[in-house]
Design a protein around this ligand. Structure first.
Ligand code: ADP
Ligand code: MG
Length: 232
């Protein structure tokens, strides 16, 4: 479960100014939810996702992930909790260009010092699950955008995270491929993983169970995706 209590975050601007980006965010995301975060450019979506991803700190308030308060962590502790609890998916896929699909998926296991044979076997299973077994030895530049994103989702899932965080995961994909990738997120979610997707695509948010609308650093609305469509 993800809980944010009165999270504030400012960035320093110049010597003595601050940009107040998140203004008292209160948010609870239950285990097994599939939610989207929407909002205009500059509303604080990536800042919020970076805090959820333990990639950035916050000024005050409290972030609780799986019953652990994520505050005043060292780099080492942050990395530990990121590996333990989280999987990341990005708009630009972030695959290593000189590693094949299987090696890319296996990468998180390499960092956990799992031997090559074991990690490649596990990675192959994940590729199979996402319909990409035949592409295991292909390099990223031989894959379509949708295939690359499926590889990236397999890589995010290999540590069995409790939460997947995705920042504009369909931003570089056409609408048909976006729909395929959303189906993968829905499948992953059905198996129990919490999925949080930042998007500005209403087709994408419409395929999630709850839409959280961020505006100017404040949660403006949070609720059922279909209802949100009607409001919009
Ligand atoms: P979004 O993802 O919704 O477009 P961001 O969270 O990226 O919004 O940014 C929110 C605001 O914070 C923007 O005005 C942006 O320019 C500013 N901002 C983001 N990151 C930094 C940073 N590292 N330093 C200073 N300002 C930042
Ligand atoms: Mg952003």
């Amino acid at each position: 479960m993800v809980t944010l209590n009165s999270i504030n975050k400012s960035y320093p601007v110049g010597k003595s100014n601050y940009l107040h980006v998140l203004k008292g965010i209160d948010l609870v995301i239950d285990k097994g939810e599939l939610v989207s975060i929407m909002g205009p450019s500059g509303s604080g979506k990536s800042t919020l996702l970076n805090i959820l991803g333990i990639l950035d700190s916050y000024d005050d308030g409290e972030y609780i992930l799986e019953d652990v308060v994520m505050k005043n962590l060292s780099e080492k502790q942050s990395a530990f909790y990121r590996n333990k609890f989280l999987g990341f998916v990005f708009q630009s896929f972030n695959l290593l260009p000189f590693k094949n699909a299987m090696e890319n998926v296996a990468l998180p296991l390499y960092y956990q010092k799992v031997g090559r044979k074991d990690r490649n076997r596990i990675a192959l299973n994940y590729l199979d699950k996402f319909g990409l077994k035949d592409w295991a030895t292909h390099m990223p530049n031989e894959l379509s955008g949708g295939q690359k994103q499926r590889v990236a989702i397999a890589r995010a899932m290999i540590n069995k995270p409790s939460v997947i965080l995705a920042d504009e995961p369909t931003g570089a994909l056409d609408s048909h491929t976006s729909e395929e990738v959303m189906q993968i997120f829905r499948d992953v979610n059905k198996e129990g993983t919490t999925v949080i997707i930042v998007t500005h695509d209403r087709e994408v948010s419409g395929r999630t169970d709850r839409v959280i609308s961020l505006r100017d650093g404040i949660i403006e609305h949070s609720g059922n995706a279909e209802l949100n469509k009607e409001i919009a």
